[in-house]
Design a protein around this ligand. Structure first.
Ligand code: NAP
Ligand code: G4F
Length: 363
């Protein structure tokens, strides 16, 4: 059984709380790191090695450890490497762990199902095993597990904590497995694990192959004459889109609660991809019908038609509610990507060609 301390872990010990974020270089990890730093935490981030730097989203908050004693520290690690995860947890001694790392693209999960399952399902298990041993050595830690509305898949909206999981992609199946491991470890070993079941959340930091950002990047480039066409898979799917900055606040709130639990996080409103496209192009003064075309290579073998969440439980028990709605979110992203396109144009005029945006389309 989990024994409630009623107080957030280490709040009474006098030292600043320490948090470990896996996936800190991603969209959510970067917003969460900013939130935790603003609340006085020491933040440790797991960064996977890549042949080019992958820290762009956290560059603004990173300080050179040679010149400062920073509250943000980065550690090389990977969810495929259990030994490294154990070593980092022991070294960092976190009070809170946020497991955000994932191969998070649904379409890519059909092309790389085995890798996706390894990182998301087995990767979560590796981390849970490390946390289990860490806690048995006498330390207390609270863990956030990044679940997804994709787990609801084919179940009709509105989806809540009571809705059946009917996953429709390797990504979603792996997330259901990770969710199941987390619930089991909570019950079996008394670990404080909160499962967030988050609906789509976006921002100017969203990866450029997710549909919102793909659209707003294209709008910026089309407006400035850097591109003419935007190719999409379908305009009919509906999603409940919120702002990532609001959603990381919910992650934090889940770990401050008296008991660990599972929570749906959503705005409660859904829109089609067509509505997204219309709004984004109109905000830049463009007619979307002149630029958008369909390419079946962006279709998924099994699509999730309609996600729209019921976040009443989070509202009542955590006091969480979204601040930014769909229209404001889309305008924010288009405005950001118009500025990005202006920078690209300036660089091109100066003779420098920025990297091209290449999205593999073939399985
Ligand atoms: P994201 O932008 O794609 O970031 C994923 C992060 O995971 C990146 O930091 C990535 O590192 C890291 N990563 C990938 N594979 C890894 C590995 N093998 N070992 C260590 N790190 C690895 O995703 P996000 O939108 O921030 O989402 C965060 C989490 O929430 C994910 O688990 C996602 O599945 C889940 N989620 C997201 C949404 C949403 O709408 N955004 C909704 C529900 C659930 P690199 O920077 O090196 O690629
Ligand atoms: O932006 P998407 O790729 O996001 P998707 O598949 O809903 O997954 C995202 O949200 C999940 C939460 O529900 C997360 F768990 C997951 O990690 C990820 O962050 O696609 C949204 C919709 C889909 O129906 C897709 O088929 O847009 C449709 N779409 C239409 N044309 C497209 C495209 N999606 C992409 N990425 N690219 C297209 O050309």
């Amino acid at each position: 059984m989990f024994v409630s301390t009623e107080q957030p872990v280490a709040a009474t010990s006098g030292r600043a709380r320490a948090a470990l974020i896996t996936g800190i270089t991603g969209q959510d990890g970067s917003y969460l790191a900013e939130l935790l730093l603003s609340r006085g935490y020491h933040v440790h981030g797991l960064v996977r090695r890549s042949s080019t730097f992958n820290t762009e989203r956290i560059d603004a908050i990173y300080q050179d450890p040679h010149e400062h004693d920073p509250r943000l520290r980065l550690h090389y690690g990977d969810l495929s490497d259990a030994t490294g995860l154990r070593r980092i947890i022991t070294a960092v001694a976190p009070d809170e762990i946020y497991t955000l790392a994932a191969q998070s693209h649904v379409k890519v999960s059909f092309q790389q199902p085995e890798y996706t399952a390894d990182v998301i399902a087995t990767g979560t298990l590796r981390l849970l095993e490390a946390v289990r041993d860490y806690q048995e050595s006498g330390r207390r830690v609270r863990l956030y597990q990044a679940g997804s509305s994709e787990m609801f898949g084919g179940s009709p909206p509105p989806q809540s904590e009571q809705t059946r999981f009917t996953p429709r992609s390797p990504y979603a199946v792996a997330k259901v497995a990770a969710h199941g491991f987390a619930v089991n470890y909570r019950e079996a070993y008394g670990l404080f694990i909160a499962n967030g079941i988050l609906f789509n959340h976006e921002s100017p930091r969203r990866g450029e192959t997710f549909v919102t950002r793909k659209v707003t990047r294209a709008v910026g480039r089309i407006k400035l004459g850097l591109q003419d066409k935007l190719y999409l898979g379908t305009l009919d799917a509906r999603r409940d889109w919120g702002f990532a900055g609001d959603y990381v606040e919910a992650m934090w709130l889940m770990l401050q609660a008296g008991q660990p639990d599972d929570y749906v996080i959503a705005t409660g409103r859904s829109h089609s991809v067509r509505e997204l496209v219309e709004l984004a192009f109109a905000h830049a003064g463009l007619d979307w019908q002149e630029h958008v075309a369909l390419d079946p290579r962006y279709l998924r073998p099994t699509e999730v038609e309609h996600l729209c969440g019921d976040a009443s439980k989070a509202r009542e028990r955590l006091g969480w509610r979204p601040r930014i709605g769909f229209e404001e979110l889309v305008r924010m992203m288009v405005d950001h990507d118009l500025r990005l396109a202006e920078q690209e144009l300036t660089l091109r005029r100066a003779g420098y060609a920025p990297p091209r945006l290449l999205e593999p389309t073939h399985a």
